[in-house]
Ligand binder design. Structure first.
Ligand code: ACM
Ligand code: ZN
Length: 490
């Protein structure tokens, strides 16, 4: 019987696979079954019963009902209406996708289309990387030059812009590339996502990856003892009060647009190069008794954390924020592999896992010679599907969930972005929703193949699974030397 149930679960086309499918009518009490779950799981739990053409949905909340409707919609679009009962609830509360809008700007229609896909896949967090050195993409009333001076650049692609020595231009320049989201557009996106039970988490990057901010407002740059500003610096000056004035004003505006309980403040890859040659940083270090410029990163993160917390929100930061001290209520997002997530959990932080090894969908999904230029090692469908977010030793209660990240230095168009996301986002969705013990690649691949056709028919550009190489299908992460035999156990 157990075998039969597992077999039938696998036979349903749904992605993510539901917790339980029985071909008979389930006579147990839904309320009793749900009572066993965590409160946040109860919110999303549902039971979907299909008898002939009659459909019954049971759920404790409108959100649970919505998840059931999305299951039904997916099954109907796949041309399936299995008889029986699906009982379902999520494994993780954070099931996310990050899209980098700085390196390439894709616009509101694109984001809404991805929100639709996310809803179908039961993902519930859209994390927007809204600013980086290659362009600021969110309108600010307090600091209008952020978009006025850096939302458009010379160079359609990130690398053309880099090769042209990082030049910005203005909206009226017909040779410029770029764009930004108005406040109204972002509110529209937030509402559109909320109707689909998706939270939009904004990221305002600091103190690294911020060359554009210093270009628009030089008062946030480090200042050399000889009075010269460190023009073109990658990092904001963590010593100067002007930096905090700007960041806090922007964050106020951001929190006004985005009701998300979490605000992402970046925190990754500060070079700290100018901090040791700056009068403001020197003064701040003396006042705080610091001996290493690195401590200025901790100062900035903690000060911004206090500001965000005073507005009733919590910060999320990339795993670097752990290195210089941050209060326990900060959520740590592990990206440099899984070590940051393990350390964060040990220190009592809640954790989001998005290790570049498995969850960076800007990395190659197949052989270098057949794919558009990408980065990293091979994050094939099978490899990313095999990811288990709960690392040994990690406290399950602190693991909020899992997220895919799409950085767009090498992804200049919306079509290319979709190509990198689908079908790999199907795998992420199943890792995020389905109990680990129920994951099984062979069955998933079949379901993904069918869902991919559906996505194409809905107008998404996708990777072609039929041309996937044996290497990608093998699930190996490394590109082996040309000519190495590939183990294939399918
Ligand atoms: C990152 O990929 N720098 C967070
Ligand atoms: Zn400085």
């Amino acid at each position: 019987m157990r075998f039969l149930i597992l077999f039938l679960t696998a036979a349903i086309g749904l992605i993510p696979a539901p917790v339980k499918y029985t071909p008979e009518k389930d006579r147990t009490s839904f309320k009793k079954a749900v009572a066993q779950l965590e409160p946040w799981q109860q919110q999303e739990a549902y039971r979907l019963t299909i008898r002939g053409k009659r459909v019954k949905i049971e759920a404790l909340t409108p959100e649970g009902r919505f998840r059931a409707q999305k299951s039904l919609e997916q099954l109907q679009m796949l041309g399936e209406l299995p008889q029986g009962t699906i009982f379902d609830y999520p494994r993780f509360r954070h099931r996310g996708l990050m899209i980098d809008e700085s390196r390439s700007f894709k616009g509101l229609a694109f984001l809404k289309k991805q929100v639709d896909a996310m809803a179908l896949l039961k993902l519930n967090v859209l994390h927007l990387h809204l600013d980086d050195s290659a362009g600021w993409r969110i309108e600010s009333e307090a600091y209008p030059d952020l978009t006025g001076k850096t939302a458009f650049r010379i160079g359609r692609t990130y690398h053309e812009w880099e090769a042209g020595r990082y030049r910005f231009t203005t909206a009226d320049d017909p040779t410029g590339y770029g764009g930004y989201y108005t406040r109204e557009e972002l509110k529209e996106l937030v509402a559109y996502a909320a109707q689909r039970y998706i939270t939009v988490i904004p990221e305002i990057e600091m103190p690294g990856h911020s060359m554009e901010v210093g270009y628009a407002y030089p008062q946030v740059l480090c200042e050399h003892p000889n009075g010269r500003l460190h023009t073109g610096a990658w990092d904001l000056c963590p010593g100067s009060e002007a930096t905090y004035r700007l960041l806090e004003a922007v964050l106020e505006e951001v929190m006004d647009i985005f009701p998300s309980p979490f605000i992402h403040i970046g925190g990754d890859e500060a070079t700290m190069k100018t901090w040791s040659q700056c009068v403001h940083c020197a003064r701040r270090m003396e006042e705080e008794g610091y001996t290493d410029v690195k401590e200025l990163q901790g100062y900035l993160v903690r000060r911004i954390e206090r500001f965000v917390a005073a507005h009733g929100r919590r910060i999320i930061g990339w795993d670097e924020i752990l290195e210089t001290g941050v209060p326990e209520q900060a959520v740590v997002q592990s990206w440099r592999g899984i070590a940051g997530g393990i350390q964060a959990s040990a220190a009592g932080h809640e954790v989001i896992m998005s290790p570049n090894s498995h969850c960076y969908y800007n990395y190659y999904q197949d052989l270098i010679r057949k794919e558009p230029k990408a980065v990293g090692e091979l994050v094939s469908l099978r490899f990313t599907y095999g990811y288990e977010p709960l690392a040994p030793g990690m406290d399950p209660a602190l693991l909020r969930g899992v997220q895919a990240n799409l950085w767009t230095e090498l992804i200049p168009t919306p079509e290319h972005a979709e190509y990198m996301l689908y079908p790999r986002l199907f795998a992420l969705a199943e890792t995020a929703w389905t109990p680990a013990a129920q994951k099984e690649y062979k069955g998933f691949r079949k379901r993904a193949r069918a869902l991919l056709d559906l996505f194409r028919s809905l107008g998404y550009n996708t990777f072609d699974m039929d041309t996937e190489s044996d290497l990608a299908r093998s699930g190996l992460q490394r590109f082996p030397p040309e000519g190495t035999p590939i183990p294939l156990d399918e």
